[in-house]
Write a protein that binds this ligand. Structure first.
Ligand code: PEP
Ligand code: MG
Length: 587
C-alpha cells in the first residue's frame, strides 16, 4: 500500500531529476540492531527464518565469488570461501540458536549478539590473521542480518531501476552498487562533500541528503518518488500533474546539458586569454570515454581507495597494475594523477583499518595510515603505480599530508622500490612527478617547504574547508558553517598559490569547490591553474570560464580577501557570475 502524497525539502547533493519506485536498503554499516524478543511458541519459526537467511547468504556469497572471478579474471576466491565457511560454522550457528531458544531474542538480535561475541574474541588475540577474521565475522553477520529483514543488502538490487531510500549509505556500499539499476539516492545522513555524495556525482546519479528518518521509515517498495537533485525536493507518490511537470523538467535539464556539451571541444580559456585546465575526477570502473567526451585535459584525481573497499578482498600488485595501466593507456598523452589510497575518515575499509577510532577524520587517515600501519599495502600500491607509469603520463599524489616527514619518507620508499624493481629486472617509470594534496591547514602553513619537495599541489577543498573551519564535512548539523567562501579558506588558498608560484609548480583544486560555479571567479582570481571535477559538471565550468576575464577575477579575489564573512564573499562572486554568465546563474 502506498503512503499519502507529500513533499519533503531535503538538501541537493548531486544534480538531475529521477522518477521511480523505492528501493529500501539494509545498510551493512549500521551497528544498531534493535532488541527484539519472541514468545516460546515462535522459537521454531524463528530458527527456520534464521536458517533460510543462512541459505540466502551462502548463495549470495557463491554468486559474488563467481561474479568477481569473471569480472577480474583472477582466481582470488579464498576470502569468499572463508566467508562461506563462517556461514556454515556450527559454533556460530549454535550460538545464534541458543540466543533464540534460551534467551528468546529475535533472529536479527541473536545474530548480532553472536557476531559481537565472536568478533571480540578474535580481535582480542594478538595475531594479525585472527584479528582480520573478526572483520570477516562482522561482515558475514551484517549480510545475514540484512537477509533476515525486509531491507536488502546494498549489493542485491531489484531488477527494475529504482530510487534508493536509506538512512545511511557508506562509500563502500555505493561503489558496490550496480549503477545501471539505481535512479537516485534519497538519504538521511551526509552532505555535499561526504564521499557518498561525491560518488553519486561521479556516477551522475541525482542525490539528496537530509531526508527525515520518519519519512524513510514509512516508505515501502510500493511508493513512487520524484527526487529533484537540483532543488532538493523529494515528492512522495506525486499526482499526475506533478509527474508531468517533472517529466518535462527532466527533459529540459537534459536538453540544456546536451547544448552545453556541444562546446566540449572548446578550450577553457578566459575572455582575456588565460587557459584554466579542466581535468577529471574519476573512480574505479569509470569509463574513460566519458572523460574524453567531456573534453578533459586528463585525470586530476583518481581516488584509489575505492579499489580497497570490498571487505572481502584486497587487490594485489598485479591487479592494481592492470587497473592503473588501463587508465593510463586510455588517457594517452594526457596527464593522469593517481592518488595513493586515502583510507580513513568516512572511507573505512574493514579489510584495511585495524582499529576503530573516536575521531576518524583526525585519525590514522591517508598517508598516515600508509606510513604507520599499512606500509605493506602502500609499498604494493607504489610498486604497481611505478610499473604502470611506463604506459602513460602518470603523476602520483599523496593525500592528508600534514608534515614534511610524510613527503620525505614517501620519497625514500619510492627510491627503495626503484632499487628493488631494478634488481628484479621489472620495467618501471623513473621520475614520476610527485604531488602533495593541500588539505590540512598545517600543509598550507608549511606549503613553502612542501613546494620545494613537490612537483605540484592539489588543493583538496573538501577537507581543507573541514579542517580550517573545524566542521565535519559529512555532518549536516554543522552544514551551515561549512562555507567554501569563508575568508579563512580564501586566505589558505592564497598562501598555497603564492608558495607554489615562488617554486614554479602548478596548483589544481580537486575538491567539490572546483565544480561550484559560484566559486569559479574566486579560484581563478586567486591564481589556481587547474580545476578537477567529475565529467558531469565540466561543460558548465567550461562555459563559465570562457565568459570570465582573468583581470576581473583577480580584482574580485582582492576584494573578497578583504571581506569579513562568507556571505559577503559569495555575494560579490555571484554578482560577477550573474553579469558574465547570466544563463548559468540559476544552475
Ligand atoms: C578533498 O578533500 O577535497 C579531496 C579531493 O579528497 P576527498 O574528497 O577524497 O577527501
Ligand atoms: Mg580529501
Amino acid at each position: 500500500m502506498q503512503i499519502p502524497s507529500r513533499t519533503i525539502q531535503a538538501t541537493p547533493v548531486a544534480p538531475g531529476i529521477a522518477i521511480g519506485r523505492v528501493m529500501l536498503l539494509h545498510s551493512s554499516g549500521s551497528r544498531n540492531v534493535p532488541v527484539t524478543t519472541i514468545e516460546p511458541e515462535e522459537v521454531s519459526a524463528e530458527i527456520s527464518r534464521f536458517h533460510a537467511a543462512l541459505d540466502i547468504t551462502k548463495k549470495q556469497l557463491h554468486d559474488l565469488r563467481e561474479q568477481l572471478k569473471s569480472q577480474l579474471n583472477e582466481k582470488e576466491a579464498d576470502i569468499f570461501d572463508a566467508h562461506i565457511l563462517l556461514v556454515d560454522d556450527r559454533t556460530m550457528t549454535t550460538e545464534v540458536e541458543k540466543n533464540i531458544t534460551t534467551e528468546r531474542f529475535g533472529a536479527e538480535y541473536s545474530v548480532h549478539l553472536a557476531v559481537e561475541k565472536f568478533s571480540a574474541a578474535f580481535a582480542a588475540v594478538p595475531d594479525e590473521y585472527l584479528q582480520e577474521r573478526a572483520m570477516d565475522v562482522k561482515d558475514v553477520g551484517a549480510r545475514i542480518i540484512g537477509n533476515l529483514s525486509d531491507r536488502i543488502p546494498a549489493q542485491q538490487l531489484h531488477d527494475e531501476p529504482r530510487i534508493i531510500a536509506t538512512s545511511t549509505l557508506t562509500p563502500s556500499e555505493t561503489v558496490g552498487l550496480d549503477r545501471e539499476r539505481v535512479l537516485a539516492f534519497a538519504v538521511e545522513t551526509g552532505s555535499t562533500t561526504s564521499h557518498t555524495a561525491i560518488l553519486a556525482r561521479s556516477l551522475q546519479i541525482p542525490a539528496v541528503v537530509g531526508v527525515p528518518k520518519d519519512v524513510l521509515d514509512a516508505l515501502t517498495i510500493a511508493d513512487q518518488l520524484v527526487v529533484d537533485g537540483f532543488s532538493g525536493k523529494v515528492i512522495i507518490n506525486p499526482d499526475g500533474a506533478t509527474l508531468d511537470a517533472y517529466r518535462l523538467k527532466q527533459q529540459q535539464a537534459k536538453k540544456f546539458y546536451n547544448q552545453l556539451s556541444e562546446d566540449n571541444d572548446l578550450l577553457p580559456v578566459t575572455r582575456d586569454g588565460f587557459v584554466i585546465e579542466l581535468a577529471a575526477n574519476v573512480d574505479v570502473g569509470d569509463d574513460y570515454s566519458t572523460v574524453r567526451n567531456a573534453g578533459a585535459a586528463g585525470v586530476g584525481l583518481f581516488r584509489t581507495e575505492f579499489i580497497f573497499m570490498d571487505p572481502a578482498r584486497l587487490p594485489g600488485e598485479n591487479e592494481q597494475f592492470e587497473i592503473y595501466k588501463k587508465l593510463l593507456i586510455a588517457a594517452g598523452n594526457n596527464p593522469v594523477t593517481i592518488r595513493t589510497m586515502d583510507i580513513g575518515g568516512d572511507k573505512l575499509s574493514n579489510a584495511i583499518v585495524r582499529s576503530e577510532e573516536q575521531n576518524p577524520f583526525l585519525g590514522l587517515r591517508g598517508i598516515r595510515l600508509c606510513l604507520r600501519e599499512r606500509r605493506d599495502l602502500f609499498e604494493t600500491q607504489l610498486r604497481a603505480l611505478m610499473r604502470a607509469g611506463v604506459h602513460g603520463n602518470l603523476q602520483i599524489m599523496i593525500p592528508m599530508v600534514s608534515c614534511m616527514d610524510e613527503i620525505l619518507e614517501t620519497k625514500k620508499i619510492i627510491a627503495e622500490l626503484q632499487q628493488q624493481l631494478t634488481g628484479e629486472n621489472i620495467p618501471f617509470a623513473a621520475n614520476i612527478p610527485l604531488g602533495v594534496m593541500i588539505e590540512t591547514p598545517a600543509a598550507v602553513m608549511i606549503s613553502g617547504h612542501l613546494a620545494a619537495e613537490a612537483d605540484f599541489f592539489s588543493i583538496g577543498t573538501n577537507d581543507l574547508i573541514q579542517y580550517t573551519i573545524a566542521t565535519d564535512r559529512s555532518n549536516e548539523r554543522v552544514g551551515h558553517l561549512y562555507r567554501p567562501g569563508h575568508p579563512a579558506v580564501l586566505q589558505m588558498i592564497k598562501l598555497t598559490v603564492a608558495n607554489a608560484m615562488s617554486h614554479n609548480i602548478p596548483v589544481t583544486v580537486c575538491g567539490q569547490t572546483a565544480e561550484d560555479i559560484s566559486m569559479t571567479p574566486l579560484l581563478i582570481g586567486l591564481g589556481v591553474n587547474e580545476l578537477s571535477m567529475p565529467p558531469g559538471p565540466m561543460p558548465l565550468l567550461r562555459r563559465t570560464i570562457r565568459q570570465l576575464a582573468m583581470a576581473e577575477c583577480v580584482e574580485l579575489a582582492e576584494q573578497a580577501l578583504k571581506c569579513k564573512s562568507a556571505a559577503e564573499v559569495m555575494e560579490l562572486s555571484r554578482r560577477m557570475i550573474r553579469r558574465c554568465v547570466p544563463e548559468l546563474a540559476d544552475v
